[in-house]
Design a protein around this ligand. Structure first.
Ligand code: ZN
Ligand code: ZN
Length: 351
C-alpha cells in the first residue's frame, strides 16, 4: 500500500509502506479522504511541529474517513464494507485523565501522524490504516466521505466552544479564520452565540466566515486601521474570545477587548515562549484564560452534526488531489488567498 511519508523538511514521498497484522481489537480501513492540516504543513515545510522533529519516516495525516476492509477477531459491531469516520486519537484508556473523561489529556496518547513520541505514530495519508475499534465511528452508507473527513477539525472547534462555557446570547470573538477558526466560529453560532466576530489577515478567509460559517461580522486585522480598537469601549466588548490564529499579536489584543470576568480560550498553537499575557490585567479583571487541546467526545458529536447536515462543512472544502500528487497539494495548501482546506483522495473511487 502507498502512503505520503515525510522524511524531513521539504521531503515528502509517496512510497510503499508495509502492512501489519491486526490485533484482536483492531480494524483495517481503506482510507477515502485525508484533509491537509496545519500540522501536516509544518512537517512538510520544517520537518517538525513545534519541538517535535521527524526522526524517522512519518506518514502524515489525521483528518480521515474510509471504509472498513478487515476486522480483528475480537471486534464486535463493525463489519467489513461499512463507511466510517476515523478518530485519530488512540488514548490509553487507563491513565488518570482517560478515567476522568479527559482522554485528550492522556499521558500515553497515540495520535495519528505525529512525531510527538518515538517510534512516531504513523498517519492516515495511507491507503490502509489500522485503528483500535473504538476509533471507528460507523456512518450510514449514503454519507459523503469527503465531508465526513472534516469531523476531526470540527471536533476541535466543538471542544474549543465547550471550553468557552455556555455561549447562548453571548458576544464572541474568534481570532483566526483558517479551517479551525471557521469551524470554531460555526460551532459558536451553533451553540447560540448572539454575535460572532471573526478576524484574519486574508479577505478570502473572512468572506467564507461571513457568508457561510456563522460570523456576524468580520475584521481584517492586517488592513483595517485600528483593528479591534472599537471593541475596547467600556473596558471590553466580548464575553468570550477564542484565539485560533496562534499569533502572539492576536493573543495580546484580546486582553483589551474582553469584558471583565470574561473568558479567553487558547486554541491555536503559539511558537514556544512567546505568549504575551498581561497577568496584572488578568488578575484585576478576573479574566479566565484556558487552553483547548484537540477533542474528546466531541469527535462523535462532530460526526453526528456532519451526517445530519446540522452543520454544513462544505464551505471549507477547497479541492481534492490524488495521493500521488501529495507534494503538489502540500505546496498549494499554504496559499491562504485561494485555499481553505485541501484533501487527498487516498483510494480513488470512494465517495
Ligand atoms: Zn488537523
Ligand atoms: Zn490515558
Amino acid at each position: 500500500m502507498l502512503a505520503a511519508v515525510c522524511h524531513g523538511a521539504k521531503d515528502v514521498r509517496v512510497e510503499p509502506r508495509a502492512e501489519h497484522a491486526l490485533a484482536p481489537d483492531e480494524v483495517r480501513v481503506a482510507v477515502a479522504f485525508g484533509g491537509i492540516c496545519g500540522s501536516d504543513l509544518h512537517y512538510y515545510h520544517r520537518g517538525a511541529v513545534g519541538d517535535f522533529f521527524v526522526r524517522e519516516p512519518l506518514t502524515l495525516g489525521h483528518e480521515v474517513s474510509g471504509v472498513v476492509v478487515e476486522v480483528g477477531s475480537g471486534v464486535k459491531g463493525i463489519e467489513t464494507g461499512i463507511k466510517a469516520a476515523l478518530d485519530p486519537a488512540r488514548p490509553c484508556l487507563t491513565c488518570h485523565y482517560c478515567r476522568a473523561g479527559r482522554a485528550n489529556l492522556c499521558t500515553n496518547m497515540q495520535f495519528l501522524g505525529s512525531a510527538g513520541r518515538f517510534p512516531h505514530v504513523q498517519g492516515g495519508f495511507a491507503q490502509h490504516l489500522v485503528l483500535r475499534q473504538d476509533q471507528i465511528v460507523p456512518v450510514p452508507k449514503d454519507t459523503d466521505l469527503l465531508r465526513l473527513s472534516v469531523a476531526e477539525p470540527l471536533s476541535v472547534g466543538l471542544h474549543a466552544v465547550n471550553r468557552a462555557g455556555p455561549l447562548l446570547g453571548k458576544r464572541v470573538l474568534v481570532t483566526g479564520s483558517g479551517p479551525i477558526g471557521l469551524l470554531t466560529a460555526r460551532a459558536a453560532r451553533f451553540a447560540g452565540a448572539a454575535e460572532v466576530v471573526s478576524t484574519d489577515v486574508e479577505d478570502a478567509a473572512l468572506t467564507v466566515a461571513k457568508t457561510q460559517m456563522g460570523a456576524t461580522r468580520t475584521v481584517n486585522v492586517a488592513r483595517e486601521a485600528g483593528g479591534l480598537a472599537e471593541f475596547e469601549v467600556d473596558g471590553g466588548y466580548f464575553d468570550v474570545a477564542l484565539e485560533v490564529s496562534g499569533a502572539a499579536v492576536a493573543l495580546a489584543s484580546l486582553f483589551k477587548v474582553i469584558r471583565r470576568g470574561g473568558r479567553i480560550v487558547q486554541v491555536g498553537m503559539l511558537p514556544p515562549g512567546t505568549a504575551p499575557v498581561p497577568v496584572n490585567v488578568l488578575q484585576t479583571r478576573e479574566i479566565e484564560f484556558v487552553g483547548a487541546f484537540r477533542a474528546n467526545d466531541e469527535f462523535r458529536r462532530a460526526v453526528e452534526l456532519i451526517v445530519s447536515e446540522a452543520i454544513d462543512v462544505a464551505p471549507i472544502l477547497s479541492g481534492t488531489y490524488p495521493l500521488a500528487d501529495a507534494v503538489a497539494a502540500l505546496e498549494r495548501a499554504g496559499d491562504r488567498s485561494k485555499v481553505v482546506k485541501l484533501h487527498l483522495a487516498i483510494n480513488e473511487g470512494y465517495r
